[in-house]
Design a protein around this ligand. Structure first.
Ligand code: ADQ
Length: 737
């Protein structure tokens, strides 16, 4: 078992350089806690930026930083100020962050930022590659590093890579506005496992992959040519015991032992009987709904003036991304709003809002959580929101009310909280009132359930679950019956080829020799392919047969100059090398009059689909339709056809984004076998990518070497990954004598 390499934008440590002195202290955020068992074990490492730009590191101190961070099992990625600006403040926080949180109006599509983002992602990937050994597991985190998984994959094909996105993944309609959407999806798909906090983000991602990259998605797996990527949701938890135990300890302190901060909080409580505290804690970010929270609180005081002097909102906002203009504007807006509300309602002895714009030490955060009767957490979008969970963990007597926005990922798990739509002011105001009035027994009943859940699904469990699922992805890739053609198998095939005298190669065309294109007419063979088939045909004792579902006109035109035998329409037509087409099966087609109108109704209802009329079959193509709709209609059509074809001796072939109706007497297997009659073939090779080729694999003699293109369910003996590998193999065959 190798080591774990964790990769995130920032390292879990703080670096201070003062008077040429270096101080490195580990920081204990949620992520660091969750990953501690992996990070501290087996020489594992964490790769990331130190938070100090290379321009601010005094000359000669680089090595010392390296040495000191190494002691914490960390490897620093060095970033210049310019890189930090373009990568972090630029593309990460002015493009991805707003777009993924549905703030499209804040989103900047700046090519320079994108270039820097790519370049810095390369830096992180290189740092991983320098340290990566065969059995290692790489876990990449968050939206700053979306391209890293594929950058690693490109250079280390068999690496085990996980990726977790800590923020939402937006719906396809929003994501598709991104100019570099393909690159971003491809970047993420470099991983074996992609994790999100909720199922909604997962399905948004899968939908984008399906619609933008036109990749097949089955359940929660993306099917690529050579591998599958599993996508799943893992809701992140907190270090429950840390918060709970700290709260127990605070509650045990006597008044004198309490912190100054706690004493001030108590003063407010004791000043008025029934006085209540509402708390909110966030990074100062426009996604957290801070401004609307203040406005809702203002409405509350207006609508229920009896609460004046009996309630206080303590707002804690951590400074964040102050170099991004939107955050500067937000800071100003919040300052003004707090000023306005306090100015409007304050009395000599009471201010309605206490606002802290700073980070608080852990102990004070606990003081706040334990003293507050209500937590008001109202993001307009939030990947998860850990503050909500932390608040609940500190409620040791199980009192307290959590008001939580439905738009936070955490809302999916925290159903017993009072869930609100942060845009519905009326609802927020009434919910604050309800929270005030909620009987103690009800609070306890709700929190009991919530705490049980949080205690069980901690951040450590989250990390373990993700890692287990990541390791499992390695095992599932081995469950195919077909064996991948590796060097050894390839050598055996070549050897057999050399030793035989009468060889037959049955080659499917689309998806095997050429990749799929959106318009089937554009898939004509390139010169390289023409030459390759020509040279195979020229070999003595070798019969190459192109066997396809395509119509004879197209195939005949494309292969006019090459003396290769062709089988068209799955076996209806046959063209011996350089001769005329002959009808190889006497097939009826009077059924077409009945089936065609049915297909036409599906074309009408499925934009982008069309009917291809061949001499002896009808095909309904849906490659260019909306992928979801196409699959849905294809299923519907199969069902409709099942009843219709029963009496006609017809069958429906489900190809790649096509349904083809044809006589049951015709298939590629039968057609190929016909060619083999009386031939004494001593080498039979068949290769194809879709369902119609399974007839070949099933019906050819047992000794045939059958190969599927792509990782799919198949009866072929072997599989190869893509058309490129097919061509490589054929090229090698062409060189044998
Ligand atoms: P954040 O947007 O930072 O995280 P959140 O999950 O709430 O949001 O985490 C904030 C953390 O900072 C909490 O642990 C909290 O205790 C701490 N904190 C906040 N204000 C503080 C203050 N003034 N002083 C001290 N500590 C403070 C991103 C996503 C979230 C997702 C997390 C984890 O935006 O949606 O939940 O990652 O995946």
């Amino acid at each position: 078992m190798g080591k774990t390499i964790i990769v995130s934008n920032r390292l879990p440590l703080q670096i201070k350089i003062e008077d040429e002195e270096l101080e490195v202290t580990p920081s204990v955020g949620g992520l660091a806690t969750g990953l501690k068992s992996f990070h501290r074990e087996g020489g594992s490492v964490w790769i990331g930026w130190t938070g100090v730009s290379a321009d601010d590191v005094p000359q000669g101190m680089e090595d010392l930083i390296l040495e000191e961070t190494r002691k914490e099992q960390c490897i620093p990625v060095s970033l210049t100020e310019e890189e930090v600006q373009g990568f972090y403040y630029g593309f990460s926080n002015r493009t991805i962050w707003p777009l993924f949180h549905y703030f499209m109006e804040y989103c900047e599509f700046n090519t320079d930022h994108w270039e820097t983002y790519k370049q810095v992602n390369e830096k992180y990937a290189n740092a991983v590659l320098e340290d990566l050994e065969d059995d290692d597991i790489v876990w990449v985190h968050d939206y700053q590093l979306l391209l890293v998984p594929n950058l690693i994959r490109k250079r280390k094909k068999n690496a085990t890579i996980g990726f977790f996105n800590h923020i939402p993944f937006p719906s396809y309609e929003v994501f598709r506005t991104m100019p570099w959407r393909e690159e971003i999806l491809e970047g993420m798909l470099g991983a074996n496992l992609i994790g999100f906090h909720t199922y909604d983000y997962e399905r948004h991602f899968l939908s984008s992959v399906n619609r933008i990259l036109l990749r097949d998605v089955t359940f929660n797996q993306v099917i690529l040519n050579s591998r599958k990527v599993r996508v799943d949701s893992f809701p992140m938890g907190i270090d429950y015991d840390k918060f709970h135990n700290a709260a127990l300890q605070t509650n045990r302190l006597t008044t004198d032992e309490n912190s100054d901060f706690q004493q001030k909080l108590e003063l407010h409580r004791s000043s008025t009987e029934s006085a209540k505290l509402i708390i909110s804690v966030d990074r100062l970010d426009y996604t957290k709904g801070i401004a609307n929270r203040i406005r809702a609180y203002e409405f509350f005081l207006e609508r229920y003036p009896e609460y004046k002097e009996r309630v206080r909102l303590i707002m804690l906002a951590v400074p964040s991304r102050e170099e991004v203009p939107q955050y500067q504007l937000l800071k100003k807006e919040i300052d003004e709003l707090v000023g306005r509300v306090n100015g409007k309602f304050a009395t000599v002895t009471w201010t309605p809002i206490w606002y802290f714009y700073r980070s608080m030490p852990f102990e004070n955060l606990i003081d706040l959580y334990t003293t507050s009767d209500i937590a008001l957490i109202t993001p307009t979008r939030d990947g998860m929101n850990l503050v909500a969970k932390e608040y609940l963990a500190t409620r040791t007597d199980q009192t307290g009310v959590l008001i939580l926005s439905e738009m936070a990922g955490a809302a999916h798990e925290l159903n017993e909280a009072l869930l609100i739509n942060p845009n519905n002011f009326d609802q927020v105001v009434e919910t604050i009132k309800r929270a005030f009035e909620m009987p103690r027994e009800e609070q306890i009943k709700r929190n009991k359930v919530l705490q049980q859940r949080l205690r069980r699904y901690t951040v450590e469990k989250w990390a373990n679950d993700f890692m287990r699922a990541l390791k499992e992805t390695k095992d599932t890739s081995k469950t195919y019956d077909a064996i991948e053609i590796d060097e050894q198998i390839e050598e055996a095939i070549l050897k057999k080829y050399r030793q035989s005298k009468n060889r037959f190669l049955f080659l499917d065309y689309d998806g095997t020799l050429v990749d799929f294109v959106s318009n089937p007419k554009d898939a004509r063979p390139d010169q390289e392919l023409l030459d390759l088939i020509q040279s195979l045909c020229a070999q003595e004792g070798t019969q190459v047969v192109l066997i396809s579902g395509r119509d004879k006109e197209t195939l005949g035109t494309w292969w006019r100059e090459v003396p290769v035998p062709l089988i068209a329409e799955h076996g209806v037509w046959m063209r011996p090398a350089s001769e005329e087409w002959v009808l190889s099966e006497n097939v009826r087609c009077d059924w077409m009059e009945t089936i065609r109108p049915v297909l036409e109704t599906f074309v009408d209802r499925t934009p982008g689909s069309f009917i291809e009329e061949k001499n002896y079959s009808l095909a309904w193509h849906y490659r260019k339709t909306d992928p979801g709709l196409g699959e849905l209609r294809a299923n519907e059509l199969s069902t409709v056809l099942k009843d219709l074809i029963a009496n006609h001796g017809l069958s429906v072939l489900q190809g790649n984004k096509v349904l083809e109706i044809k006589s049951s007497d015709v298939n590629k297997g039968k057609a190929a076998n016909k060619m083999l009659i009386n031939q004494k073939a001593d080498f039979i090779f068949a290769i194809g990518d879709d369902w119609t080729d399974e007839y070949l694999f099933n019906e050819l003699p047992k000794a045939a070497i059958t190969v599927k293109v792509g990782i799919k369910k198949t009866n072929a003996r072997y599989f190869t990954k893509d058309t490129q590998q097919v061509r490589d193999l054929l090229r090698k065959l062409a060189k044998q004598n």
